[in-house]
Ligand binder design. Structure first.
Ligand SMILES: CC(=O)N[C@H]1[C@@H](OP(=O)(O)OP(=O)(O)OC[C@H]2O[C@@H](n3ccc(=O)[nH]c3=O)[C@H](O)[C@@H]2O)O[C@H](CO)[C@@H](O)[C@@H]1O[C@H](C)C(=O)N[C@@H](C)C(=O)N[C@H](CCC(=O)O)C(=O)O
Ligand SMILES: Nc1ncnc2c1ncn2[C@@H]1O[C@H](COP(=O)(O)OP(=O)(O)OP(=O)(O)O)[C@@H](O)[C@H]1O
Ligand SMILES: N[C@H](CCC[C@H](N)C(=O)O)C(=O)O
Ligand SMILES: [Mg+2]
Length: 483
């Protein structure tokens, strides 16, 4: 494809060189540049991509998109200067990959918690209805049934468009994706055409990156602000920020609620460890999920399927066959008759919700032992709050490690403990080694009790000082149960 076509609809400040050169790849990372590629140099949080222009050219880059023109220009290379490479990287990637988001129906999910759950359930539901689908999520990306490992909740603009193009090639009619706040703020989703957007909820997370809650909220809102008129915007009327999200959108607004008047409503009729019996828009349905928050998630799925043209009866029939997503409230029964639950709760709100869900089912008939930690090099402010939420609704809490990354594991634990008073501390044990923490929790549990292992869900690693060591909560639990 000609460089001029890759940069269609992008207004340059300055061009040096030939705009008709053939481009056979686009990249924002010099390490992935090959012969004939366009290198987009971006100013990031750790490095300035402009520093790698020379390296990109050595590796074969034929064109450079940049904010600052280099002092020395190499012959045979085209340089295009724009005010912000971050603003146009998505558009360039979209152009290069043939505008894939316009060739399928793309739905994005944003919010603090529930994105993976909703996107995955929509993908599973539409496949069961006989449609070819793609999924972009924290756990894994899928092109129909081909799994493509995910490093991020939302991939960078190049990988994102490449995956969408592969979905189009595979004949996918629908793609469901998570839109993280980092991705929206960094414009990884720039240039995409969404058919719909879903908002789950907004609670504290990622303040290390966004600095204030308002910035975090505005990042999420920017997704809805950018939706086209033809799209739908489904929002959670039960969340304080539900209506704020859609106040400036051009899309058709639909609300969902488990508490008040809304376009889509649901309530719990009955609830057991195996699942719940729900009323969704005056239809009764049995589902294999527990927890009030999953009623909201399922309602968002229902609302999206209706907005995508499916019939309520068909949606509910498939919904009753859906299972929980990997590492989300996943129960494993011990031979002794207690239940271990592996869950991805890694925010104060998610911990409170998952513990609520457990108590709704336990109904005072068993104890709860919680194992949790907090991620290193991530929002420090959530640490004491997570410890408080765990202590509030558990009989015993074992505080341990969860991806310490480049921090000292004990220092993260100390930040969590700082949220607790002497009385609360009586419930708490600290065990840095996560395997030992889980083993101890299992030793403390008796028949009828629940051991909640929170924070890592589907993850199969523990990240320590930049190295990912194999570690899988579910595998550890099964090993313990097998003696
Ligand atoms: C803080 C953050 O979000 N950083 C993301 C961001 O990187 P950055 O802009 O800071 O990049 P940088 O390292 O400063 O480098 C600047 C530029 O130089 C380039 N470079 C760098 C080195 C080199 O040798 N050559 C080169 O060309 C880089 O490719 C980049 O274009 O853009 C990169 C490309 O999209 C991401 O990989 C990177 O994710 C980092 C690794 C990360 O950990 N991100 C997490 C926090 C994240 O994004 N999480 C969210 C959601 C979490 C949730 O679900 O709750 C996610 O979507 O996964
Ligand atoms: N609607 C919800 N409201 C509150 N908590 C939820 C909700 N749905 C899920 N959770 C909790 O949050 C955890 C993460 O859920 P999920 O993976 O679906 O969220 P996510 O938004 O994709 O998270 P991430 O930001 O890491 O991608 C679950 O394990 C559960 O504890
Ligand atoms: N996508 C989230 C996941 C956190 C999961 C938890 N296990 C941790 O490592 O903090 C993040 O990168 O902040
Ligand atoms: Mg997710």
């Amino acid at each position: 494809m000609k460089l001029s076509e890759v940069l269609k609809n992008i207004k340059p400040l300055q061009v040096a060189g030939d705009m008709d050169v053939e481009i056979c790849g686009v990249n924002i990372d010099s390490r992935r540049i090959g012969n004939g590629h366009l290198f987009i140099s971006m100013k990031g949080t750790l490095a300035d991509g402009h520093k790698f222009i020379g390296k990109a050219i050595d590796q074969g880059a034929r064109a450079i998109l940049c904010e600052d023109m280099p002092e020395e220009l190499k012959a045979g290379v085209t340089y295009v200067q724009v005010p912000s490479t971050e603003d146009v990287a998505g558009r360039a990637a979209t152009n290069f990959y043939g505008n894939p988001s316009t060739k399928l129906t793309l739905v994005g999910v944003t919010g603090t918690n529930g994105k993976t759950t909703i996107a995955t359930l929509l993908y599973n539901m539409f496949r069961k209805m006989g449609h070819k689908c793609g999924l972009l999520s924290t756990v894994c990306n899928y092109i129909e049934d081909e799994a493509v490992p995910a490093d991020h909740t939302t991939p960078d603009p190049i990988e994102l468009n490449m995956l969408l193009a592969r979905m189009v090639e595979a004949g996918c009619e629908y793609a469901f994706m998570e839109c993280s706040s980092h991705a929206i703020a960094q414009k990884r989703i720039g240039g995409l055409t969404f058919a719909g957007g879903i908002f789950t909820n907004l609670t504290r997370d990622h303040l290390d990156y966004h600095k204030t809650f308002e910035n975090y909220r505005n990042a999420k809102k920017a997704f809805f602000d950018a939706l086209p008129k033809s799209a739908f915007a489904i929002t959670n009327a039960d969340d304080k920020n539900g209506m704020v999200m859609v106040q400036n959108t051009k899309a058709t607004i639909k609300t969902y609620s488990t508490r008040s008047m809304a376009d889509f409503k649901a309530r719990i009729i009955e609830c057991h460890f195996e699942g719940m019996y729900l009323d969704i828009d005056n239809h009764e349905v049995g589902v294999q999920f527990i927890g009030k928050f999953n009623v909201s998630n399922l309602l968002a799925v229902y609302a999206s399927a209706v907005m995508l043209g499916q019939q309520p009866e068909d949606i509910l029939l498939v919904m009753s066959t859906l299972h929980s997503v990997s590492g989300r409230l996943e129960p494993i029964r011990s031979p002794e008759g207690y239940t271990a639950i592996v869950d991805y709760a890694h925010t104060p709100d998610a911990l409170a919700n998952v513990l609520n869900a457990i108590h709704e089912v336990l109904d005072g008939k068993g104890k709860v032992v919680t194992v949790c930690g907090a991620g290193g090099n991530r929002d420090k402010g959530k640490r004491p709050l997570m410890a408080q939420e765990a202590v509030k609704q558990s009989d015993k809490v074992i505080i341990t490690s969860d991806n310490p990354r480049f921090e000292e594991p004990q220092a993260i634990i100390d930040d969590m403990l700082a949220g607790l008073n002497a009385q609360q501390m009586k419930k708490v044990l600290c065990i840095v080694d996560r395997r030992e923490a889980i083993r101890t929790a299992c030793m403390l549990a008796r028949k009828g009790d629940v051991v909640l292992i929170a924070g890592k869900g589907h993850e199969d690693y523990q990240e320590i000082k930049g190295v990912k060591h194999h570690f899988d909560d579910k595998e550890v639990v099964r090993d313990i149960f097998n003696g």
